[in-house]
Write a protein that binds this ligand. Structure first.
Ligand code: NAI
Ligand SMILES: NCC(=O)COP(=O)(O)O
Length: 333
């Protein structure tokens, strides 16, 4: 008996002036023989014209994409209103960028793609065009949320991190940090580590907010007042959690061996370690959605767009991880 081929993944265009198109073409070259198959939602004419690009096939449906993938990069043609000039984002293209994300979600919700992988967006350009969400994570929660907060997890082979607060100014992140938010983020993380990553008994490490995790209250009170009660509540629920740990020593190789995911209290506390360790292999996964979503960990890289210097490693890892999570969820269903 021949098993049906898994549905392809949907890859969104991201910022047309960024490196998304060139890393999509490079990822296709690397994955065409092995998969996972994906279909790109973008302007097919501009993809076909990329210098050093790849064969392109305009497809009408994701189902056609699975057939076309070994021979050519399948593209669901979504024309851009303005030319894509490397390094120079144009807000006129913002509606097409946003529409591609919404369409990929709809395809995933209908089961026509196995999940979505998003190319990076230029956030300020979308804001200038009226986009009201800090980033994909929050927009996806509106489109495909489950009633729980979206959680951003970044993963590479040697580390997984989760920021409890995401795209907030640092002052606001500290003001809004609560024990309840930490507990809910940790719960969602533990569930995802079990279901999506196959870790039967996940171990979580929670960073303190202040230097030295507050040094017994002499360097800040939030560690004892907010983080420590969250750790106690998680342990009472049977989740293996430790902390608050001093953030400056919890990412050493020895410390990393003791946990499956580290929770940082704010964006940079969690993301600096993983981007420093593995910028080209890190993957961003949104937890707490009804669909599978991953993305490369990097941004639009406007400074090198169009030069051919962009590394496709993180996108390839994002495509592979999305396929793996989709397969794990299908097995568990
Ligand atoms: N998921 C998403 O949509 C994300 C979007 N962004 C957005 O991207 C824009 C630019 O952000 P930045 O902080 O400048 O970060 P960035 O990741 O775009 O660039 C930082 C540095 O890394 C280099 N770089 C990034 N990706 C690379 C690759 N694949 N190969 C080789 N070099 C690479 C760039 O050339 C640059 O020097 C911002 O608007 C930001 O909001 C940033 C992160 C994720
Ligand atoms: N710094 C990570 C990041 O900006 C990811 O944002 P998004 O996936 O929510 O768009």
């Amino acid at each position: 008996m021949t098993l049906p081929a898994p549905a392809p993944l949907a890859l969104t265009m991201g910022e047309p002036a960024g490196i998304g198109a060139e890393i999509a073409a490079a990822a296709w070259r690397l994955l065409r023989a092995t998969g996972p198959a994906f279909v790109l939602l973008d302007d097919a004419a501009r993809i076909a014209a990329l210098p050093g690009g790849c064969p392109v096939e305009r497809v009408a449906t994701p189902e056609d994409a699975a057939r076309a993938f070994p021979q050519a990069l399948p593209v669901l043609h979504r024309p851009l209103p303005a030319p894509a000039v490397p390094g120079r984002p144009d807000p006129a293209n913002a509606p097409a960028v946003i529409a591609a994300i919404a369409e990929a979600v709809a395809l995933a919700q209908a089961g026509r793609v196995a999940g979505l992988v998003t190319n990076p967006i230029q956030k300020a350009t979308l804001y200038a065009a009226g986009f009201a969400h800090p980033g994909h994570t929050e927009y996806l929660a509106e489109l495909a949320g489950t009633g729980r907060p979206p959680v951003m997890l970044l993963a590479c082979p040697s580390l997984r991190v989760v920021p409890v607060t995401i795209h907030l100014p640092l002052r606001r992140a500290i003001e809004t940090l609560t024990t309840g938010a930490i507990v809910e983020t940790a719960r969602i993380t533990a569930e995802a580590l079990r279901r999506d990553f196959g870790i039967a008994r996940p171990r979580l490490a929670l960073a303190g907010l202040n230097p030295h995790a507050g040094e017994d209250g002499t360097m800040g009170t939030e560690d004892a007042a907010i983080v420590a009660p969250a750790v106690a509540a998680l342990r009472a629920e049977g989740i293996e959690a430790r902390g608050p740990l001093p953030a400056d020593t919890m990412f050493t190789p020895r410390a990393r061996a003791g946990y499956d995911a580290a929770l940082g209290m704010y964006h940079d506390q969690a993301l600096i370690p993983i981007k420093t360790l593995d910028m080209d292999g890190g993957v961003n996964v949104t937890l707490g959605l009804s669909v599978v979503r991953t993305s490369p960990d990097h941004g639009t890289a406007l400074d090198i767009a169009g030069t051919g210097r962009a590394d496709p490693g993180s996108l390839v890892a994002a495509l592979r991880l999305a396929a793996e999570i989709a397969a794990n969820r299908a097995r568990a269903a």
